[in-house]
Write a new protein. Structure first.
Length: 326
């Protein structure tokens, strides 16, 4: 097995809270979008057509009421968020996904939900888009490589889907499997990871309201390089837990083995919670570079425990030795 190549980036940056005018604009925009939605999740037939053509299409969403779901830091630019990506199925360079993911066919698309549940099923994307009200969540995303972004995602809590399929008492963990199609994904030719890309969460982590099933970002359907048509976003864990282009969700009794753990177990554990006090064996995790904050005076930011979501998720790990269970 080839060594996986997630490694720390180097280069610092500063910047603070989103200016008030931007916040207000954002609110106006959300009000507009919510009004236009009137019970539907997609902005009508035109939106669907645009999506079928692979163009940007609007997704209507209301502002999330989940505590901690609206980080008030300056947003990463759409340009940066869509051109600096990890999506190894399309290559390991940051620029590969934006270049190569355009041909990914995101429709028709369905997600199989199976395993230890009373109501397994195959969910079509259209059904998922309507399963729960769309919310905008502004989350920090912290990559294990040492950089971070702030992204306005659109989706709903994974818990909504989990409640519908009724996990049984053996469902202790959830495994996420993503698309692995050699015809569409040139990166699968490389042995950098075992394909398909697999991730996992404990059931209480998967049920946490902050755990998002995301269908879009920046008011639009998900760009392909960011994991269209749907992906996970788990904001208090390193970015690789947020699996892109999901095709299967399995409820299981045993802790799943993720692709990253399989590739390098001493480097990537099951939990992978953002933790500035637990270094990666090859680099420190104490600080991070905010993408877009480049330049002469840019400083690295201190990395926050659980990526800043400690008040919301800390109790999930009460009594656990987070140095051992990294
Ligand atoms: N299927 C799949 N999902 C993936 C990855 C990947 O290579 N394949 N990379 C992960 C990593 S390392 C990160 S940091 C985030 C990046 O998400 P973004 O491109 O939207 O910022 O996606 C994660 N999800
Ligand atoms: Mo990452």
């Amino acid at each position: 097995m080839t060594k996986p190549s997630l490694r720390p980036a180097d280069a610092p940056k500063p910047s603070e809270v989103t200016p008030r005018s931007v916040v207000e604009q954002r609110r106006d925009w959300l009000r507009l979008m919510a009004g236009a939605a009137a019970g539907t999740t997609l902005a009508g037939w035109a939106g669907r057509e645009a999506m079928a053509q692979g163009q940007n299409a609007k997704l209507a969403a209301i502002k999330s009421a989940v505590p901690g779901a609206l980080t008030m830091e300056k947003l990463t630019s759409y340009q940066d968020a869509t051109t600096y990506n990890n999506f190894y199925e399309f290559g390991t360079d940051k620029s590969d996904p934006a270049r190569a993911a355009g041909a990914l066919k995101t429709r028709p698309w369905s997600v199989a939900v199976e395993g230890e549940v009373n109501k397994p099923g195959v969910f079509d994307l259209d059904a998922l888009l309507k399963l729960a009200p769309m919310e905008e969540r502004i989350y920090r995303l912290r990559c294990v490589e040492g950089w971070s972004m702030v992204i306005p995602w659109i989706g709903w809590s994974l818990a909504e889907l989990i409640k519908k399929v009724e996990p049984n008492s053996r469902a202790k963990y959830v495994e996420f499997v993503t698309l692995a199609d050699r015809a569409q994904m040139p990166g699968l030719r490389s042995g950098v990871l075992d394909w398909p890309y697999v991730e996992g969460l404990r059931i209480d982590e998967a049920m946490h309201p902050l755990t998002l099933l995301a269908f879009g970002m920046y008011g639009e359907l998900m760009p392909k390089q960011n994991g269209a048509p749907l992906r996970l976003v788990v904001p208090w864990k390193y970015g690789f837990k947020s699996a892109k282009s999901l095709v299967k969700i399995r409820f299981v009794e045993r802790e799943p083995v993720s692709s990253w753990t399989r590739a390098a177990p001493q480097e990537y554990g099951f939990y992978s919670n953002v933790n500035p006090k637990v270094d990666h064996p090859r680099w420190s995790q104490a600080t991070e570079r905010r993408i877009g904050e480049d330049g002469l005076f840019a400083k690295k930011r201190p990395t926050l425990m659980f990526n800043g979501y400690e008040a919301q998720v800390g109790q999930l790990y009460a009594g656990m030795d987070l140095k051992k269970l990294y």
